[in-house]
Design a protein around this ligand. Structure first.
Ligand code: FAD
Length: 294
């Protein structure tokens, strides 16, 4: 089923996962076990990342297909144009079709550390990939950035390209991780002002160790609000208390997002079943009552 159709009928719960680094049988089996466990939470869809370098496309398809055809959960296959040629994309979308996968998150992809002109030669931006594949019958979605993309000159510039993504076929958006919900509300407000109509699903991810803070900051530039920083300072030397803080903070974000009408919650579980467990088992009644069909 197409995810935009699900979004018309209910608030969605979704997880983000990634294919194993090595596509050997043992690694794939481990990932299947993770997905089996995640399926018990009955998510509306599970997304699978696509390597920025484009090298793991086989495993991306393999995992997306397992979600759709073995677990019977909608899968959202990420696809990055940056490292790809037309032939690469033709091959991947052919495989996705063969495996009945109906939803694609079309991206440019993270620029590799050793960036060369070859990267993004064919598909400079996510919109170029969307234009190329939007007649292929998939439901397309795009990434968006509550604090603006790190390369964007301004939030407004970024919003203009978000609108272009919608014009190129994106039927819904998933946000970058954020820790201050006000940035999400601002993004939604500004997006509506310039005519973007598609659902914007907030993406959340708990901070479970002090190390993860610097990683998030360098990868996504997400701001940690002062209140949260003050608590981090107190709990940072106690790993268990730090994790409790992280889970409870994400739960707080989710409760607030739902209260203010978010169309879904995308949990960046990144193959960690415990993340889903710790968060969702803290809010069983919210899951039961606020994610049911309209
Ligand atoms: P773009 O939309 O191309 O944006 C990149 C920059 O160019 C922005 O500053 C934007 O303002 C600007 N821009 C956009 N369109 C245009 C245009 N038409 N003309 C001029 N400028 C433009 N990375 C991966 O490698 N693999 C993944 O699986 C993956 N999954 C992700 C999932 C989500 C939900 C999110 C939020 C991010 C994900 N990323 C992934 C990271 C993403 O690839 C990076 O954030 C990347 O830097 C930008 O990707 P994009 O598709 O938003 O690019």
């Amino acid at each position: 089923m197409k995810i935009d159709e699900i979004l018309k009928n209910k608030r969605t719960l979704s997880f983000e996962t990634f294919p194993p680094k090595y596509g050997d049988t043992e690694s794939l089996d481990k990932t299947y076990n993770v997905l089996d466990e995640l399926s018990k939470f009955e998510p509306d869809f599970i997304s699978v990342t696509y390597g920025a370098g484009g090298t793991n496309s086989k495993d991306n398809i393999e995992i997306a297909s397992y979600i759709k055809n073995k677990l019977h959960i909608e899968s959202l296959a990420h696809l990055t144009g940056g490292p790809s040629t037309y032939e690469d994309i033709d091959r991947v979308i052919g495989e996705l079709k063969k495996n009945n996968i109906e939803n694609i998150l079309a991206l440019r992809g993270d620029k590799p550390i050793y960036y060369t002109e070859e990267y993004c030669k064919t598909f400079k931006h996510a919109t170029d990939l969307m234009e190329y594949i939007n007649k292929e019958g998939f439901t397309l979605s795009g990434a968006c950035y509550p604090e603006g993309h790190i390369e964007a000159k301004s939030l407004y510039d970024d919003l203009v390209y978000m609108k272009k993504k919608e014009e190129c076929g994106a039927k819904f958006f998933i946000t970058q991780v954020f820790y201050d919900n006000n940035y999400y509300y601002r993004l939604v407000n500004e997006a509506r002002k310039i005519g973007i109509k598609s659902p914007i699903i907030p993406g959340v991810m708990p901070l479970t160790s002090p190390k993860s803070i610097s990683k998030i900051k360098s990868m996504c530039g997400s701001t940690i609000p002062l209140d949260y920083l003050n608590m981090i300072e107190v709990y940072q030397d106690n790993p268990r208390a730090f994790r409790e803080l992280g889970y409870n903070y994400t739960v707080y974000q989710i409760m607030d997002l739902i209260a203010k009408g978010a169309p879904g919650i995308h949990l960046y579980v990144m193959n960690n079943v415990n993340t889903a467990k710790e968060i969702l088992e803290r809010i069983p009644n919210v899951i039961k009552e606020f994610f049911k069909n309209k």
